[in-house]
Design a binder for this molecule. Structure first.
Ligand code: GLN
Length: 245
């Protein structure tokens, strides 16, 4: 009735969340559910009916095969961003002791995934949101890389010191027109500053790029997610800043 795209799947996932069961265990233990499961399930369904995404209701999103906690202060990690992770993994020597800087780390999904995949790498994640930094740290600890990462408050590169082998970022890149056309599920639940890239969507790149040379070791790489149609403009900004593109 609410015109939700996958109502049966969402209902099943929310029921699993409410009962604390995996999908398999749910099927096996349907007749033995926790006493308050029906109430929790009902409450979750009410939230889904008014447009809240399942990942927000359960507070968890799968990213590159791992579970990340998310909350109101973090962007809900998108599968698109796994492309950035794959690009890094295709570029580097997996056994090298790389240093990685993640700008606007949010839930920490990019940096924590890279550290989990690159056993000798270490990293720094920065964000302007204190809530995001707390989530990122919790995710790093839960996924076993807490000893190779630190998180700090910084507005892009402003408070970053030192140089890194790799800089990665999935900055906000939606233009004003994109922002105006957002679906209610995104507009109502992802943090605005994690999405809003200013009038043409490129404001964050303009802030980041001028400081990039100083943040990279000679021969280091920077990899960014960009919005659809933005690649040439971002490459131009990088070239203007004297970086090889
Ligand atoms: N780095 C985080 C992610 O990719 C947050 C990005 C953002 O908030 N724009 O999910």
């Amino acid at each position: 009735e609410a015109r939700i795209a996958a109502p049966e799947l969402d209902a099943r996932l929310l029921l699993c969340h409410a009962t604390g069961l995996t999908h398999e265990a749910y099927v096996a233990a349907l007749n033995d559910a926790a006493p308050d499961a029906a109430a929790r399930f009902g409450a979750s369904i009410e939230r889904r009916l008014v447009g809240e995404p399942v990942s927000r209701i359960v507070g968890i999103r799968e990213f590159y095969g791992r579970s990340f906690r998310i909350d109101a202060s973090t962007l809900d990690p998108r599968p698109d961003t796994e492309t950035l992770v794959e690009a890094v993994l295709g570029l580097v020597d997996r056994e090298a002791p790389l240093s990685i800087l993640d700008l606007g780390t949010g839930s920490g999904c990019i940096l924590v995934t890279l550290l989990a995949e690159l056993p000798r790498a270490s990293g720094v994640g920065v964000d302007v949101s204190q809530g995001a930094l707390e989530q990122a740290l919790a995710n790093a600890d839960a996924l076993g890389v807490g000893n190779r990462v630190s998180f700090a408050a910084s507005d892009w590169l402003e408070a970053v010191e030192g140089r890194f082998d790799l800089v990665v970022a999935n900055p906000p890149y939606l233009s004003a027109a994109d922002m105006a056309a957002l679906s209610p599920e995104v507009r109502g639940h992802d943090p605005g500053p994690a999405l809003d890239g200013g009038p043409d969507g490129l404001s964050a790149y303009r802030r980041i790029v001028p400081g990039l040379r100083k943040a990279l070791h000679p021969g280091g790489f920077a990899l960014f997610e960009v919005g659809s149609g933005q690649a040439q403009a971002v490459l131009r900004l990088l070239a203007e800043a004297g970086l090889d593109v």
